[in-house]
Design a protein around this ligand. Structure first.
Ligand code: HEM
Length: 400
């Protein structure tokens, strides 16, 4: 016997829900592993088990119909790596991934580490405080990733705007989504019309694509797609994650002490922060056939929203899910996704965050934060503003 699917009535993209989503996720999980989003005419998977089930079954929950929460956004952004299924997905991923893999990242590790130290050296002197979201979180990703991709100047300057736009369109076409369309049209015109071998950085990731093109190792139509896939998801996601990491460590000073005293816990802290405050709230899939999950029936051709951020607070998997705890036994969160579409930039994001924490652990005794304010974006959950002050390990010396 199939079960009736409970309905969630609110606008998932309203300002209230974006600013304070966690009580809503809890409510949705309480309704069941599958709920019907009345305002969107789509289903949502809310529990860890249901989200992971969809991510594991990419032939049933397909991406090539687009992953936005409405039809316009889904078809507008079609064709990129996330909005593709095998075999196209495998070809794109094979061409895109090598510079983002740990072996290649080893080559930039020292540079990332040195720049992280430079950032923290500067901030530790700001004893009147600073804004994490302006002076800390974006600085390392902008310095490193922007340079590695190697876009011409106009592209470098606009990467953050374009990322914000893409993540808005990946929700619905409310005013934020509509504004995004204009910016992404500008990005496409630029990538398709203004990038040449002469104006990109030699040795960068785009340069590598041009070399592959010369050697017939990549399809010509895949080049602009991969340039877009390097450009839009590589900054805002990590910037969001750094902001939350600083926040959680400031709220849990005992755990910051633990990290300072045992640097092998740096990666645990990063992982726990991404679980607890997942930068990407959700993406969608389309059912390729009629499905039945735990006696809930969903017809073929339905849109299903996968709520990564809700799954990561499911108490069936994570006891005391709302608590920041770097010593959890299960760290198997879905904040980077799972399965064939699992985040290809994960190692880069972790490298950047680890080096920042390492630099902080050598200099910062206490992290103080004030006035957190959440930014309005349809997909990315991040602070707009977060004031902070770093209390140095040897405060007296700095005070002199
Ligand atoms: C902390 C930072 C990051 C988080 C939390 C994050 C999160 C995610 C998630 C949840 C997915 C899977 C989406 C799905 O299955 O629907 C994903 C995929 C993806 N991410 Fe990330 N991401 C981060 C950083 C990056 C970076 C630095 C890049 C650099 C290029 C990147 C590029 C991508 C791409 C291209 C995909 C699609 C992969 C595919 O379809 O095979 N991400 N990311």
């Amino acid at each position: 016997m199939s079960k009736p699917i409970p309905t969630y009535e609110k606008d998932f993209y309203s300002e209230d829900v974006i600013r304070d989503p966690y009580p809503e996720y809890e409510l949705m999980r309480g309704l069941g592993p599958v709920v019907y989003l009345k305002k969107l005419g789509a289903y949502a998977f809310t529990h860890y088990e249901s989200v992971k089930y969809a991510l594991q079954n990419h032939r049933i929950f397909i991406n090539s119909n687009g992953v936005a929460a409405d039809d316009f956004g889904s078809s507008f952004l079609k064709g990129n790596i996330l909005s593709s299924d095998p075999p196209v997905h495998s070809e794109l991923r094979k061409a895109m991934a090598p510079p983002l893999m740990p072996k290649s990242l080893k080559l930039i590790e020292t540079r990332v580490e040195e720049f992280a130290v430079k950032i923290i050296n500067k901030l530790i002197l700001k004893q009147d405080g600073f804004d994490v979201m302006k002076e800390l979180a974006p600085i390392l990703p902008l310095e490193i990733v922007r340079d590695m991709i190697g876009l011409p100047e106009f592209g470098k300057r606009n990467m953050l705007n374009w990322a914000d736009a893409a993540f808005n369109i990946l929700g619905i076409q409310n005013s934020r989504g509509q504004d995004g369309v204009r910016k992404i049209t500008e990005m496409r015109q630029f990538i398709e019309g203004k990038i040449t071998r002469e104006n990109i950085r030699k040795g960068g990731w785009i340069d590598r694509l041009f070399i592959m093109l010369e050697n017939d190792e990549i399809k010509p139509e895949h080049v602009p797609i991969i340039i877009r896939d390097y450009t839009t998801p590589s900054l805002d996601t990590t910037i969001s994650a750094i902001g939350h990491l600083i926040w959680h460590l400031s709220q849990n000073p005992d755990q910051w002490d633990e990290v300072r005293n045992d640097k092998s816990k740096i990666e645990l802290a990063i992982s726990e922060s991404i679980r607890l405050s997942s930068p990407i709230r959700s993406f969608c899939r389309t059912t390729a056939v009629d499905i039945e999950f735990q006696s809930y029936k969903i017809p073929e051709g339905s849109k299903v929203m996968l709520l990564f951020a809700s799954a990561n607070r499911d108490d069936r998997i994570f006891p005391e899910p709302d608590r920041f705890n770097i010593n959890r036994l299960t760290n198997d969160h879905l904040g980077f996704g799972y399965g064939i579409h699992m985040c290809v930039g994960k190692h880069l994001a972790i490298l950047e965050m680890s080096k920042l924490l390492l630099a902080m652990s050598n200099q910062v005794k206490t992290i103080r934060t004030y006035n957190p304010r959440i930014y309005l974006n349809n997909t990315i959950y991040r602070f707009e503003e977060l004031s902070a002050r770093f209390v140095p390990i040897n405060e007296n010396e700095i005070d002199k």
